[in-house]
Design a protein around this ligand. Structure first.
Ligand code: ATP
Ligand code: MG
Length: 216
C-alpha cells in the first residue's frame, strides 16, 4: 500500500503521516514513513539544496530537475524496495507537489512533468493520496511558528509570495478533481484527532482495511 500526503505549507501533512504510521505499527503493519524531497541518503542531500537559501536560487527548470533527481534516488532506494517487500509506504509529499508547486505555481509544462513521472516512477501511482486543504495564510502561520523552534531553517518555499501559495492551493484542488479515485481532499482546519479519524475511516471504506487497535 502506497499512501501519499499532499498539500500546501503547514497543512498538517507530517503530523498526520506520523500518527497514521504509529497506529499502523500498533496494528502490526510493516510501515516505512518517508518524505520528499528526500527520503534516501542521496535525496536528502538534494533536499538541502532545494529547501534552503534564497527564493530565486534556482530557475524553474533546475528546480524541477533537482526534484526529480531526488525522486529518482528516493524511488529506487527507498519506496520501490519497500513496496516490493510488502511494506506500507507513507510518503510525506510526492509527485503531486511537483505538479502543484512547479506546474501550477511556476508554470512549468505539466505534460513535461507527467513525462518525467513516467520515466522515473513508471506506471505505479499511490493507492491513495490525502490532499490537505487550508487557508494559505493559516498554513504559512502554522509552518513559520513551527520553524522558529528549528535549528536548521528550511524556509525557502515558505518565504515565497502569497499569490504563489494561492496558485498551489488551487493546483492541489485541481489535481484532486482530476484524480477522484486516488485523491481525497481533507479539510485541514479540523482538530488533528478528527482528521486522523477521518483518514482511518477512509482507508476502511476505500481499501477495505479493518483495524484492531484504534485510538479512543
Ligand atoms: N489540524 C491541525 N490544527 C492545528 N494545528 C495543526 C494541525 N495539524 C498540524 N498542526 C500544527 O501546525 C504546524 C504544521 O504542521 P505540519 O508540520 O504537520 O504541517 P506540514 O503540512 O507537514 O507542513 P510543511 O509543508 O511545512 O512540511 C505544526 O506546528 C503542527 O503541530
Ligand atoms: Mg511537513
Amino acid at each position: 500500500m502506497f499512501i501519499t500526503f499532499e498539500g500546501g505549507e503547514g497543512t498538517g501533512k507530517s503530523t498526520q503521516a506520523l500518527i497514521l504510521a504509529d497506529i499502523l505499527k500498533k496494528n502490526d503493519v510493516d510501515v516505512v514513513l518517508t518524505r520528499e524531497p528526500g527520503g534516501s541518503p542521496g535525496a536528502e542531500i538534494i533536499r538541502n539544496l532545494l529547501v534552503t537559501g534564497s527564493v530565486d536560487r534556482w530557475s524553474n527548470m533546475s528546480e524541477v530537475l533537482l526534484m526529480y533527481a531526488a525522486r529518482a534516488d528516493h524511488w529506487q532506494n527507498t519506496i520501490k524496495p519497500a513496496l516490493d517487500n510488502g511494506s506500507w509506504v507513507l510518503c510525506d509529499r510526492f509527485a503531486d507537489s511537483t505538479v502543484a508547486y512547479q506546474g501550477y505555481g511556476r508554470g512549468v509544462n505539466r505534460e513535461f512533468l507527467q513525462l518525467l513521472y513516467n520515466y522515473v516512477v513508471g506506471d505505479i501511482e499511490p493507492d491513495i493520496t490525502f490532499v490537505f486543504d487550508l487557508d494559505v495564510y493559516e498554513g504559512i502561520k502554522r509552518a513559520t511558528t513551527r520553524m522558529e523552534g528549528n535549528v536548521v531553517v528550511e524556509g525557502r518555499f515558505e518565504a515565497m509570495d502569497m499569490e504563489f501559495h494561492k496558485r498551489i492551493r488551487a493546483g492541489f484542488l485541481e489535481i484532486a478533481k482530476d484524480n477522484p479515485s486516488r485523491c481525497v481532499v481533507m479539510q485541514a482546519d479540523s482538530h488533528p484527532k478528527v482528521i486522523h479519524r477521518q483518514i482511518i475511516d477512509i482507508l476502511q471504506e476505500r481499501k477495505g482495511l479493518s483495524w484492531k487497535n484504534l485510538p479512543a
